[in-house]
Write a protein that binds this ligand. Structure first.
Ligand SMILES: C[S@@+](CC[C@H](N)C(=O)[O-])C[C@H]1O[C@@H](n2cnc3c(N)ncnc32)[C@H](O)[C@@H]1O
Length: 250
């Protein structure tokens, strides 16, 4: 089970736009959930996207195929996704409210299940996949923005003894998955100025428990981080994600 933030947090997030922070991102590694998805999918595939939010990733990256179901426990997110679907002209896509931890989909129905930056339950995903089906995950790891978290003395997963990637990796093996592969993903995010960086930190849950979600950032600690992580006038945030691919034996 991964990153279970409150329901209210995600209901509010349905109205966020990250464009306002002017972030430029560079990826240093090449594990790509959507590249793998495209390689695995055929026109007959049935795909389930868990924690789909407003369906943005489905419209941008999921190939046309027999069935795509996007689910989220936030009714606000699903309303956004359905509105976007009506405008998209895409076929064979539907959205509905569902808690990832109480999945109510038919057994052995999906060829591919994806979960990007959301929580999952390995045993329930295993049940929903047809034999030979694939599960693709991308997550935010304990050591994401670690330099920042050390300066602030807290944040997402800061006190977890075992990185969430390892917990999830072992969960998949224990649930019966085969070919389970865990891959680190490193990216850099560049911010144009202190104001945008600060606003970003006060919005997202990276410094959860310390600030964020509307709570102000400690200015002195922010300046300490910026002094150590500014190159060419741009503030850098070092992101640490992970990808996992797994297969249910056919
Ligand atoms: C960080 S967003 C990621 C959205 C999308 N997958 C993406 O990659 O852009 C996390 C999403 O997971 C959803 N979520 C979190 N916990 C959930 C749960 N237990 N069941 C279903 N959805 C959940 C949230 O409502 C939110 O839309």
């Amino acid at each position: 089970m991964l990153h279970e933030y409150g329901f209210d947090f995600y209901e509010k997030m349905a109205h966020w736009s990250f464009d306002e922070f002017g972030i430029h991102e560079e990826c240093l590694t090449d594990w790509d959930l959507y590249g793998l998805l495209k390689a695995l999918a055929t026109k007959d595939s049935r795909i389930l996207d868990l924690g789909t939010a407003g369906g943005e990733k489905i419209f941008s990256f999921f190939p046309d195929c027999a069935e795509i179901l996007g689910t989220d426990f936030s009714p606000a997110m699903i309303a956004t996704a359905r509105a976007a679907l009506a405008k998209s002209g895409r076929k064979n896509i539907s959205f509905r409210v569902m808690d990832n931890l109480r999945m109510d989909v038919p057994d052995e129905h999906f060829d591919i299940i994806t979960a990007r930056h959301t929580c999952t339950d390995a045993a329930q995903v295993f049940k929903a996949l047809r034999p030979g089906g694939h599960f693709l995950i991308r997550g935010v790891d304990k050591y994401d923005c670690w330099g920042l978290k050390l300066i602030f003395g807290g944040g997402q997963e800061y006190n977890e003894p075992v990185p969430i990637s390892i917990v999830e990796y072992e969960g998949l093996l224990n649930a019966g998955f085969a070919d389970v592969e865990l891959v680190p993903i490193h990216t850099r995010e560049f911010f144009k100025d202190r104001g945008m960086f600060k606003a970003f930190l006060e919005t997202v849950p990276i410094l959860e428990g310390v600030c964020g979600d509307g709570e102000p950032v400690n200015e002195a600690l922010l300046d300490e981080y910026i002094a150590k992580n500014t190159i060419g006038g741009r503030i850098i945030l070092y992101r640490n994600y992970y990808g996992i691919s797994a297969r249910k034996l056919g």
